[in-house]
Design a protein around this ligand. Sequence first.
Ligand SMILES: *[C@@H]1O[C@H](CO)[C@@H](O)[C@H](O)[C@H]1NC(C)=O
Ligand SMILES: *[C@@H]1O[C@H](CO)[C@@H](O)[C@H](O)[C@H]1NC(C)=O
Ligand SMILES: *[C@@H]1O[C@H](CO)[C@@H](O)[C@H](O)[C@H]1NC(C)=O
Length: 331
Amino acid sequence: MEGIKLSLLAAVFVAMMLLSPLAVVNGDSDDTGSVKPVVKIVKGKKLCSKGWECKTLSEYCCNQTISDYFQAYQFETLFSKRNSPVAHAAGFWDYHSFITAAADYQPHGFGTSGGKLTGMKEVAAFLGHVGSKTSCGYGVATGGPLAWGLCYNKELSPSQSYCDDSFKYDYPCTPSVSYHGRGALPIYWNYNYGKTGQALKVDLLNHPEYIENNATLAFQAAIWRWMTPDKKHQPSAHDVFVGNWKPTKNDTLAKRVPGFGTTMNVLYGEDVCGKGDDDEHMNNMISHYQYYLDQMGVGREEAGPHEVLGCGQQAAFNPSSASPASTSSTS
Ligand SMILES: *[C@@H]1O[C@H](CO)[C@@H](O)[C@H](O)[C@H]1NC(C)=O
Ligand SMILES: *[C@@H]1O[C@H](CO)[C@@H](O)[C@H](O)[C@H]1NC(C)=O
Ligand SMILES: *[C@@H]1O[C@H](CO)[C@@H](O)[C@H](O)[C@H]1NC(C)=O
């Protein structure tokens, strides 16, 4: 066991040594170490591409990218206990996987919308969801309960195989495969593996275990979920967070406002929202978000007031009475 861990560490170290020169050759660094964008004007619009991290020509790639303001040591600070011997996914999650996965979505605005502060807040918010969902911290854990994000990469004792037969035409379950929770924003059920696999062009319906074997893929799936609306004409968690979304009259009546609270509504609906201000799952996500803001040097005061942070008074975007199959299971 110890030997395997050590050789794994050695392998990771060698891989980093091999990879780091590439990152330098790929783009011109200025003296702050950040890569300068390549700028093009297309129809009067300024578009950029920036190194390997923001490759596709996009207005977002003209802005600071995630590695400009969120570096490996900060990832280590946020998830300081994830490689402790008692953590269930020790050795699995790392910064490199996160930043590699994020590279697919930065040209679409993930961490690159609205300037550096909004970018930092979005990374803290996304990771706040992730940390809360993958934590094994409890009241007496060393370092405090918020230091234990990314402790899991899968559900340990699934009580069922999460096969919903009503999706047998679109997302048929593969015999003897289990669709229990896996990943950074854990995926449950055959239809969610099916949809995610379609989007990422990976056969997750036959191989859901890919998610627990590949941290980059796990982060990709989670960022895809963050960036993608559950239904047409609805906002994504990203949209409600960075301000792309303008609430309609119905949204206002349902107390849905732009901010962190509504990201929980998009991702978990009535499993978490509309249950008053004391819901434990909701407050755990908020606590992780605030803790990460502090750890990143942004400060929790940037998170805004409780009306924006929580969703205890909100009506769900997709109430289950209207569409029973659409809500995804939490934790
Ligand atoms: C880029 O950052 C600036 C602030 O630095 C912000 O005003 C602008 O909206 C950002 N661009 C995009 C496309 O979000
Ligand atoms: C892990 O997933 C990434 C992203 O989908 C992929 O590029 C990579 O090849 C995968 N690694 C392995 C070992 O399968
Ligand atoms: C607003 O809510 C009402 C009542 O639930 C519904 O009938 C209507 O379609 C909604 N409008 C929009 C634009 O969603």
